[in-house]
Design a protein around this ligand. Structure first.
Ligand code: UDP
Ligand code: MG
Length: 307
């Protein structure tokens, strides 16, 4: 049971979701009725070009518990969440998408686990509605991340979660420029537990993550939680030089016939490929170091309502 004064804040990044906001607000309000206090709902408008801001401002004008942070342009899903976390006034924060893929009705279950003493309660996607290829890619990504990351990141857990105020305060101070929040959330430690749910289809509109954006998010996850790709580059280098040294020795000892031009071309291409891959991997890390060193803010707030 939650104590009387307890307040939950819900952080929702919004990018062109005008068809979802009112429905989401209605369902959140209903879900909030079984809590001691109404939810504080923090919408972050991440540079929407549709009427999302208008819809949110309308809700904010009739309900003071609805707060709107309007960013100066589209800064991306993860940056928008971080912007919202900075304004959480409740004892715990829920992070959820605006498209109703994350059901507001699950908040009750998340809050129960929290009141049992867990500081992070993440929602685990038991089933998904996406196409077979995307499901396969998600499945493989989370398993690969688990194998190579330095910390224990739970499988199939997205951003939908409840985090205690303590964790909110820690996440807000993390200055990373390419934050992978579901990883950082694990990184902080404390007591963490998962709750399973069936991930629904979008209520309205299309996913804002095309293949390249998803790929970027996946790279953020892997590169910010693992150095193994860098080691892989070195490992490939050692393996290729090892093979060639053995071949040289064999050539000298056994006087093997010198391979023809095709064989040479294949070898050159192979080594060239390995070198390019390795440079690419180093480049990915270097690019991120460059982003960090520029030290630009992760987002800019243009306007705030009810805050
Ligand atoms: N989103 C955002 N900024 C972006 C992309 C997405 O704030 O640049 C929001 C979007 O409005 C939604 C959430 O992030 O509330 C998740 O996006 P989406 O549903 O498109 O991702 P998917 O569920 O398909 O992975
Ligand atoms: Mg979605």
């Amino acid at each position: 049971m939650l104590e009387k004064g307890v307040r939950i804040s819900v952080v929702i990044p919004v990018y062109n979701e005008s068809g979802n906001i009112e429905e989401l607000y209605g369902r959140l309000k209903k879900a909030g009725q079984s809590f001691p206090n109404p939810f504080e709902t923090i919408f972050i408008n991440d540079g929407s070009v549709d009427d999302s801001l208008g819809v949110m401002n309308k809700l904010a004008s009739s309900d003071r518990n609805v707060k709107v942070i309007d960013l100066s342009r589209n800064f991306g899903h993860q940056a928008a969440i971080k912007a919202g976390l900075g304004f959480v006034s409740g004892d715990a924060a829920i992070i959820m998408d605006a498209d109703l893929q994350d059901p507001p009705e699950l908040i009750k279950e998340l809050a129960e686990k929290w009141s049992n003493g867990h500081q992070v309660v993440y929602a685990v996607r038991k089933t998904r509605k996406e196409g077979a290829l995307l499901r396969f890619l998600y499945f493989s990504f989370y398993r690969l991340l688990k194998i190579i990351s330095k910390i224990e990141i739970p499988l199939d857990a997205g951003d939908f979660c409840l985090i205690d105020r303590k964790i909110v305060d820690i996440l807000v101070t993390m200055p990373e420029k390419d934050p992978f929040l579901r990883g950082l959330r694990s990184w902080v430690g404390y007591s963490q537990v998962g709750v399973e749910y069936d991930r629904k289809e979008r209520h309205s509109g299309k996913s804002k993550y095309n293949f390249f954006r998803l790929f970027k998010l996946a790279l953020d996850g892997i590169l910010s939680f693992s150095n193994i790709p860098l080691r892989l580059a070195a490992f490939l280098g050692f393996a290729v030089s090892g093979i060639s040294i053995v071949q040289i020795i064999m050539l000298l000892i056994k006087r093997l016939p010198v391979p023809g031009t095709t064989a040479i071309a294949i070898i050159v291409l192979f080594i060239g490929g390995v070198q390019l891959i390795s440079i690419g991997i180093i480049g990915e890390y270097l690019g991120r170091i460059y982003e960090e060193s520029k030290n630009r803010p992760l987002f800019i707030i243009k306007n705030k309502t009810n805050l």
